[in-house]
Ligand binder design. Structure first.
Ligand code: AP5
Ligand code: ZN
Length: 217
């Protein structure tokens, strides 16, 4: 099964991707997590990505497309995967389609901008694994500590309110157009992916159950 998760920053893509990955036994491919790992490793890609991400802008299509192509060629992706935060532009969507990867589901998670800004201030992340928590909506068992590894949680550099607003502007200018794009693809024929929208303002477990119901139908 191959799934694309679409939605604005903070909609809950990473949260739901991890739940889907566990339930269906397929890897999560989060371009954001991969870029943060590259920054931590101090690689050439990480050096380029850092300033772009801190400004809330998009890393170039060319770099992202190469990163994803390399990732999906790995053996653990043979049985499917969940794309989280990719594609983000029409060029990325076209490159994915051209690479011959068949998508079964496109899942859009919607959350209004104002709720996102307040949500991001409460996010805490375990960067090595991509696990995210929320101080109110999904707290770790011990404050600021990752449940699985016992390592400290951090706030992402791009979760400052002004950067969140820039990321939202970029989303509306460059990524939201993918909603119409994939709705059209979904309506286009027999082997087209199914398109489903979910209300991401509902509690995490409710969004999860609604998504699982569709993926299992
Ligand atoms: P990326 O890491 O992909 O960030 P994003 O898309 O902006 O999304 P987030 O990770 O911020 O949010 P999310 O939807 O995963 O929400 P989460 O589950 O964490 O990208 C970062 C940057 O990398 C980009 O700005 C760009 O520079 C670059 N980049 C990445 N991919 C790229 C690409 N393809 N092309 C070009 N550049 C790229 O949840 C958020 C918070 O809300 C958490 O605290 C969570 O616990 C909480 N929460 C989740 N669901 C709920 C709920 N239902 N109710 C209440 N709280 C909830
Ligand atoms: Zn994420």
């Amino acid at each position: 099964m191959r799934i694309i998760l679409l939605g604005p920053p903070g909609a809950g893509k990473g949260t739901q991707a991890q739940l889907i990955a566990k339930e269906f036994g397929i890897p999560q491919i989060s371009t954001g997590d991969m870029l943060r790992a590259a920054i931590k490793a101090g690689s050439e890609l990480g050096k380029i990505a850092k300033s772009v991400m801190d400004a809330g802008q998009l890393v170039s299509d060319e770099l992202i497309i190469n990163l994803v192509k390399e990732r999906i060629s790995q053996p653990d992706c043979a049985g499917g995967c969940i794309f989280d935060g990719f594609p983000r532009t029409i060029a990325q969507a076209e490159a994915l389609a051209a690479s011959g990867v068949d998508i079964d589901f496109v899942i859009e998670i919607s959350v209004p901008d104002d709720e996102i800004v307040s949500r991001m201030s409460g996010r805490r992340a375990h960067l090595p694994s991509g696990r995210t928590y929320h101080v109110l909506h999904n707290p770790p068992k011990v404050a600021d500590i990752d449940d699985v590894t016992g390592e400290p949680l951090v706030q992402r550099d791009d979760d400052k309110e002004e950067v969140v607003r820039d990321r939202l502007a970029v989303y509306h200018a460059q990524t939201a157009t993918l909603i119409g794009h994939y709705q059209q693809v979904a309506a286009s024929g027999e082997n087209a992916p199914a398109y489903h929208n979910f209300d991401g303002t509902k509690p995490i477990s409710v969004v999860r159950d609604e998504i699982f119901a569709v993926l299992k139908s």
